[in-house]
Design a protein around this ligand. Structure first.
Ligand SMILES: Cc1cc2nc3c(=O)[nH]c(=O)nc-3n(C[C@H](O)[C@H](O)[C@H](O)COP(=O)(O)O)c2cc1C
Length: 284
């Protein structure tokens, strides 16, 4: 019989408060997230047998966060605190109902047929554009594109994604590769490896997918705003080391991929896609 507790009993984590205090901030955050976004949520959701012990652990971690002087307005802390409060809610019929429902009762705006059509157009009509005008994208629009990347699905919500955002005119030729000429703007998608420190092997495999999900969301967002771009991986062996050196990127930060973007000056012929029925290998 499958037992959720078995999974967490095997998880290696600091045994005591003192051990937690010895961790650097990044390691502590990794453990904090692993607890709240995974163990805590899953155990409460499945009706944890020992809720008081789980809540003690949650309170201890929240206390350690404060003790370390990390900002209490941080998104991870805010989420953990509201989860813990909800799980303690005696009024709620079940902790599950409280944790999952009460704090998040938000009025969902229905997606109108027009909005739905627009979303599907963005997905289907986005194209990789590889030549750009020498014209800036406004900062507020760039911020919206990055925000779309941060809103992508992310394993355990570890939020490992970081960016280098550069304008070709400010850093000419630094982003050059061998594939296409540098775009007018560049977004390098980085990952802070320290976010995965408290993770199992499975998460190590998921990290590359996390970066891909963020990149795809940004590509869709930029198309929605009428901007163009292309997703690039390694262009040549020198490109990523060059960026690392130029921008003093520390070793724990991985450079995963690049988006070259700007106001496009080409309209590529759409690479064709196969029909769905050709690609469904199993349908039961
Ligand atoms: C992981 C990944 C790596 C890519 N690397 C490159 C690249 O190095 N150079 C390039 O010109 N296009 C690159 N592309 C863009 C693909 O060639 C493009 O998405 C594909 O041909 C389909 O075209 P479309 O994006 O216009 O639909 C990459 C796309 C992905 C998802």
């Amino acid at each position: 019989m499958w037992d959720i507790h078995e999974k967490y009993d095997k998880t290696q984590k600091p045994a005591s408060r003192e051990e937690y205090l010895k961790l650097c901030d990044a390691e502590f955050r990794a453990g904090f997230r692993a607890f709240f976004y995974d163990e805590f949520l899953n155990k409460v959701c499945l009706g944890c047998v020992d809720l008081p012990a789980l809540l003690d652990e949650a309170d201890c971690l929240l206390g350690l966060w404060r003790e370390r002087g990390i900002s209490e307005t941080d998104h991870d802390f805010a989420f953990a605190k509201s989860l813990t409060m909800a799980a303690k809610d005696k009024e709620a019929e079940t902790p599950l109902k409280s944790v999952f429902m009460a704090p998040y009762v938000i009025e969902k705006k229905p997606v109108t047929p027009e909005a739905r059509e627009a979303v599907m157009r963005v997905i289907h009509e986005r194209r990789s554009v590889r030549a750009f005008h020498d014209k800036d994208i406004p900062d507020e629009l760039l911020a919206k594109i990055l925000a779309a990347g941060l809103n992508a699905a992310h394993s355990r919500n570890l939020q490992s994604i970081r960016f280098i955002l550069a304008n070709e005119n400010h850093e000419p030729w630094v982003f050059r590769g061998i594939d296409i000429p540098p775009g007018h703007h560049h977004i390098a998608v980085l990952q802070d490896d320290r976010c995965y420190q408290a993770s199992e092997e499975k998460d190590q495999m998921q990290r590359i997918i996390d970066a891909g999900a963020a990149t795809e969301c940004m590509l869709l967002a930029l198309h929605a705003y009428g901007v163009d771009g292309a997703w690039l991986t390694y262009n040549d062996e020198e490109q990523f080391p060059r960026l690392r050196e130029k921008f003093a990127i520390p070793d724990y930060m991985r450079i995963v991929d690049l988006i070259e973007l700007g106001w496009g000056c080409q309209t590529p012929f759409p690479p064709q896609r196969p029909a769905v029925e050709e690609r469904v290998v199993v349908r039961v």
